[in-house]
Design a protein around this ligand. Sequence first.
Ligand code: NAP
Length: 288
Amino acid sequence: MTILDGKKTSNDIKSEIAISVKEIVAKGSRPPHLAAVIVGEDGASLTYVGSKVRACKRVGFESTLIKLSDKITESELLLKVKELNENNAIDGYIVQLPLPSHINSQKILMAVDPDKDVDGFHPTNFGKMALNLPTFISATPYGIMELLNRYNVETSGKHTVVIGRSDIVGRPVSILMSRKSNPGNSTVTLAHSRTKNIKELTLQADIIISALGTPDFVTKDMVKDGVVIVDVGITRVKDDSKKGYKIVGDVDFENVSKKSSYITPVPGGVGPMTIAMLLKNTLQAFLK
Ligand code: NAP
């Protein structure tokens, strides 16, 4: 069994990006610049955005954190988005989700200039991704593909079962795995909460990508020997530690890993890859 080590791989990617930034700056140019917009004080969102900003520093990017009150109106936020679209000193930016319920997230994401949409959420970029055209692929699915690629996991001709059909993980990764590309060329089944007999499907899977957010959902009786497991789930579970919680995935790692050929740990698997791929998209936005 091989651990798909997202922490190490993401560090490798960050080092590669840092080298590119040094070369860019040595040529007299400014470094790439990522901005992040956060609305409100949601603890998990602040943590995620904080680590994205720290990662920018580490690779030599400029970064700007724009913290806005949760009282901001939709039109005020749209104005902020317009400003960012027009700011030539910013190559790419993200609007951290979730947004407060009085703001229509779709409307905000649609207003982001697709050329600065390093999260790859805009329909233009999602469409290009589906058509196998060059674009920004959203960071989590991109990170999964990159991890499979760097570990040379064979995906061609394999049966991949994706659990979860969200716009940001399950659906895009199901498309990427089925694209005529490498990694890809997989036969994909996309399961969700209405799927009957998930176990029947997962037992046939060569690769399982689990993105639902339910601890211990994937158990050893649901997988065949030699399966490749990508666990995207991130759930905070209370414990006695100083933090008061630990992060767990969707997969019963201890038992499922014994039957797997490759498996991502949680934490340290897909999570760190997400940030690395956001940086990669930002570099791409700068180079455009
Ligand atoms: P989401 O929007 O809540 O989607 C969950 C999906 O799981 C939905 O499609 C849902 O089906 C499906 N589902 C729920 N219960 C199910 C069940 N019993 N059987 C089969 N399918 C079921 O979640 P998300 O944003 O994709 O995130 C999924 C997990 O990944 C979360 O734990 C999240 O924290 C984590 N995540 C991690 C990263 C990372 O960087 N590693 C990034 C993003 C998300 P329906 O569509 O029918 O409701």
